[in-house]
Design a protein around this ligand. Structure first.
Ligand SMILES: [Zn+2]
Ligand SMILES: [Zn+2]
Length: 302
């Protein structure tokens, strides 16, 4: 559910709740007031003398409550729909004058350039304009991604994608700065994240929106990119999933073994500085001892 839909639903819920509570209050309040008064009296004038009246007031209040419940039950589906489309109309009107902050999700006035809540640059277009089809001109409900008339991508969706691409570019720029030893990711996906888990240890993740085959392909591609930059298998237990490179005496390690321990469409790659494989980077498997010529042939020809 989009931010706008949620805001709309909240508004409707609030409207309905306040209408119901007003109705209940109107019905119950006079009886409750009377009850409170009489209770106060009763306390001062010895409760026992008024017990019968108090009971009557309680009954009166209960009856009023039942009446209010009955009234709420009488609202027909048509009335609910009317209330809903009325509120929807109001929301659509509001959308013409409002913008949605792409960073913190608050609704702000359409004439604002920067979000008063978080300082982010606001889009030029209002919520309604972001749902206006650039292809056929249909005004779609605010928050729509595609035109319900012709299927064209709407400006709001376009803007969200551009903002996402901008964030991804920023992540890759940080990669170049923090992890220059490893080839910068160019294997697809979106919603990149690069986290420094602890000093010298990083985790990078990308998202392939449900396409786990594409996610696996991207990791294979990245292993190729690592090898092209001189990373290789090393140590006592060489593996395609752990590639190492020695630069000026420091061992750099790319770990793609635990890529898919989270979501199948969002690989996580781990990078570490000074992480040597078991047995050491230069580990060489000892050669099997040469067989001595022996046995029957050996004794015949030896
Ligand atoms: Zn904001
Ligand atoms: Zn359209």
């Amino acid at each position: 559910m989009g931010l706008f839909d949620r805001a709309l639903k909240d508004a409707i819920n609030k409207g309905v709740q306040s209408a119901v509570s007003k109705a209940v209050e109107g019905a119950v309040r006079p009886a409750a007031d009377k009850l409170a008064q009489q209770t106060a009296h009763a306390v001062t004038d010895k409760a026992s003398e008024h017990i019968g009246e108090i009971k009557a007031s309680v009954n009166e209040a209960n009856a009023a409550m039942a009446e209010a419940n009955e009234a709420a039950r009488d609202v027909t589906p048509e009335q609910w729909n009317q209330a809903f489309s009325y509120l929807e109309g109001m929301a659509n009107d509001a959308a013409k004058k409002m913008k949605l902050c792409p960073i913190c999700g608050e609704m702000v006035k359409g004439e604002m350039q920067f979000c008063p809540h978080c300082g982010a640059k606001l889009p030029d277009k209002t919520l309604a304009e972001l749902a206006l089809c650039p292809n056929c001109g249909k005004q779609n409900p605010p928050g729509s991604d595609f035109c319900s008339e012709c299927g064209a991508k709407l400006p709001g969706k376009q803007l969200a994608e551009e903002a996402e691409a901008e964030k991804d570019r920023a992540v890759l720029a940080r990669w170049s700065e923090r992890l220059p030893q490893f080839p910068v990711w160019s294997c697809g996906g979106s919603h990149f994240d690069l986290a420094e888990l602890e000093e010298g240890r990083f985790c990078f993740s990308a998202w392939f929106s449900g396409d786990s085959a594409a996610a696996q392909r991207s990791v294979r591609l990245y292993r190729e990119a690592l090898k092209e930059q001189g990373f290789r298998q090393a140590g006592r237990y060489p593996s395609e999933e752990h590639l190492y490179k020695m630069v000026d005496g420091v061992c750099w390690h790319a770990d793609t073994e635990h890529c898919f321990e989270g979501d199948a469409d969002a690989p996580s790659l781990y990078f570490a500085r000074g992480d040597e494989p078991s047995g050491g980077f230069d580990y060489v498997k000892p050669e099997a001892p040469k067989k001595k010529a022996g046995g029957l042939l050996g004794s015949l020809f030896g």
